[in-house]
Design a protein around this ligand. Structure first.
Ligand code: C5P
Length: 240
């Protein structure tokens, strides 16, 4: 993965602002398209971004019966995205079937499959909310447990907070992909993110890719801001 691809820019924009925004960003970073933009614009917006030579992380957090998620994974592969995700809470069979479908298409077509990521516990959930849905223990313990489940059943990596990534690296080694949102440079406003990390500390603790939205989306000069993030990624050193 290049230093540029380690930066994932969250395209959290209304439909009519997407084309002009991506026109300002040099090729290299991956664009994250989530359920808001996908619901308003459909796969067309993904195709438009891909046609301009950019890569896409489809952040739809699939969770359904295994057959449906396997078919949605096939659609993501056909669309040509670089990565997409599923909820680990959908269970081991769901993840296994998604993995099997991606591998089957890859063998048939000779194409590299998209990176399959697992979403563990949403960072918006605390211990009280977890217990209301029957999940015991602390969020951090559940994140570790669900990461193990994700990796055992065929995910290439997980989406996790920068606060969790060092622990996950310690338990599960260097091979898996860790994507961390909630990233700000020292000089950025934090917005509604409560626990933020800088690109250097996230990469230092073991993140593979960082997700950045508003600091780049609302920058006066998004291209320069993008270059600053890439520079910081490039200069980051692993702590361990
Ligand atoms: O604007 P900002 O940099 O805070 O955007 C972060 C992006 O990462 C948003 O698209 C947000 O939905 C996503 N995200 C997050 N925290 C998570 C998972 C995803 O901020 N735990």
């Amino acid at each position: 993965m290049t230093h540029e691809e380690k930066l994932i820019i969250a395209l959290d924009l209304p439909k009519n602002q997407v084309a002009s925004f991506i026109g300002k960003i040099p090729k290299g970073p991956i664009f994250k398209i989530g359920m808001r933009l996908f619901t308003s614009s459909g796969p067309e917006v993904v195709r438009n971004v891909l046609e301009k030579g950019h890569k896409v992380f489809l952040d739809m957090k699939f969770m359904d019966i295994p057959n449906t998620v396997a078919e949605a994974s096939e659609s993501a592969f056909e669309l040509g995205v670089t990565m997409f995700n599923v909820h680990v809470l959908g269970g081991p069979t769901m993840i296994k079937n998604a993995r099997a479908k991606l591998d089957e298409i890859s063998q048939k077509t000779g194409k590299k499959p998209p990176i399959l990521l697992g979403v563990t516990v949403l960072t918006s959930m605390d211990e009280a909310e977890m217990s209301q849905i029957g999940l015991p223990g602390k969020p951090a313990e559940m994140v570790t447990r669900l990461t193990e489940l994700a990796l055992k059943n065929g995910c290439d990596g997980v989406v996790c907070s920068a606060q969790e990534v060092a622990t996950l690296r310690k338990y599960f080694g260097e091979e898996f992909i860790a994507v961390t949102p909630g990233i700000r440079r020292e000089e950025d406003a934090t917005g509604d993110q409560k626990r933020v990390a800088t690109p250097s500390s996230a990469i230092g603790d073991g993140a593979t890719c960082i997700v950045v939205g508003r600091p780049i989306l609302s920058a006066a000069d998004p291209a320069t801001e993008t270059a600053e993030f890439i520079k910081e990624i490039q200069n980051a050193k692993r702590n361990i």
